[in-house]
Design a protein around this ligand. Structure first.
Ligand code: ADP
Length: 330
């Protein structure tokens, strides 16, 4: 039996126990009250008389009283059986509703662990195979050993960045303290930091920055812009242009990263924010380094800031990633 099925049953059991305890206490109270009222009522009838011989009237009244008690007990037992049946069904439904968010969280955790192990297995298997082949080769030259170690080091670095990404994904602060942040300043800082990467591909980063103050957390905004700009550089051919814009509209601050890169197919767009998803694997996976974690981290950070991250893209023309944040109204 699955862990959660047992938990549902246990929780249902507890709910039923609580409902039945209340129902039984209520029934006992009703029984005592009713019996008391009946007794008082019949005593008064007997006293008021005269209906004939007092002992005959008393006997008839006691018979009637027993009859009423019996009927009351039958009704209270029926009532409790109905409460038990309805309560059990309602409790199971309630238990499922109560446990659903926890079950979803545990499922997500399992998926995360499975995905992460799967991603780590591939570089580990590659390293293992290379080392085994190297160890079996009795005539391996020093040059070949150096090459093997270099290749292993690349895999180790890749695993290091994967581990960092995974850590970033689990460590995003769910309730960050929102303060006024200048979108223009953070964007300028990130653009300067990533300038060398763009220069290496002779890509020009154009800045069209209006001054916008948003309600956010600077580190999170910095991370989101870094991911978007880094992707724009990674997925753009040499000698193209990337434009970063900040502007304000309808009470929101916007950041746009517009590239002239390879673009994303419409069928792939809905998935690019999924963990470990990399669009068109044959095209990008082999050429551009990455683990498919950047956008899921950016998305999670944006969610925590109550911000929206969206994308429009045309294959072979380019993509536009837009971050919409609440402006600071203080
Ligand atoms: P990574 O870049 O490490 O693969 P991301 O989560 O940042 O992971 O991106 C997921 C996928 O979305 C990428 O593999 C790529 O296919 C696509 N993508 C992201 N940004 C762009 C972009 N600016 N242009 C084209 N494709 C992009």
């Amino acid at each position: 039996m699955r862990l959660f099925d047992t938990a549902y049953l246990r929780l249902t059991g507890w709910y039923v126990l609580i409902i039945m305890t209340i129902s039984l206490i209520f029934s006992v109270w009703v029984y005592n009250q009713a019996q008391h009222e009946l007794q008082v009522g019949f005593d008064r009838i007997v006293q008021i008389g005269p209906f004939g011989d007092v002992s005959t009237v008393r006997a008839a009244a006691d018979d009637r009283l027993d009859d009423s008690r019996h009927r009351l007990v039958v009704r209270l037992v029926s009532f409790n059986l109905i409460v038990l049946a309805v309560g059990a069904v309602a409790s199971y439904w309630l238990a499922q509703r109560t446990m659903k968010p926890i079950e979803d969280a545990v499922d997500a955790q399992h998926r995360f662990t499975a995905d992460a192990s799967h991603e780590l297995r591939t570089p580990l298997a590659a390293m293992k195979a290379e080392i085994e082949v190297g160890l079996r080769d009795k005539n391996i030259t020093k040059q070949e050993v150096v090459e093997l170690l270099q290749s292993n080091l690349e895999e180790v670095n890749r695993m290091g960045s994967l581990a960092e990404g995974l850590l970033a994904l689990t460590q995003t602060d769910n309730s960050p303290v929102l303060v006024p942040v200048s979108l223009e300043d953070v964007t300028t800082k990130v653009a300067k930091r990533l300038q060398p990467l763009a220069e290496a591909k002779k890509i020009t980063i154009k800045r069209q920055l209006q001054s916008v103050v948003v309600s956010a957390e600077e580190l999170a905004v910095d991370k989101i812009i870094s991911i978007l700009l880094d992707n724009a550089i990674k997925y753009s051919p040499d000698k193209t242009e990337i434009t970063i814009k900040t502007y304000q509209k309808d009470g929101h601050g916007y950041l746009e990263v517009v590239d002239q890169g390879i673009g994303i197919k419409a069928t792939e767009l809905p998935h690019i924010f999924d963990r470990f998803y990399r669009a068109d694997t044959s095209r990008t996976k082999t050429q551009v380094p990455g683990h498919g974690l950047g956008l899921s981290i950016a998305q999670k950070l944006a969610e925590n800031l109550n911000a929206k991250l969206s994308v429009t893209s045309t294959p072979a023309k380019g993509s536009t990633f837009t971050l919409q944040l609440k402006t600071d109204t203080k």
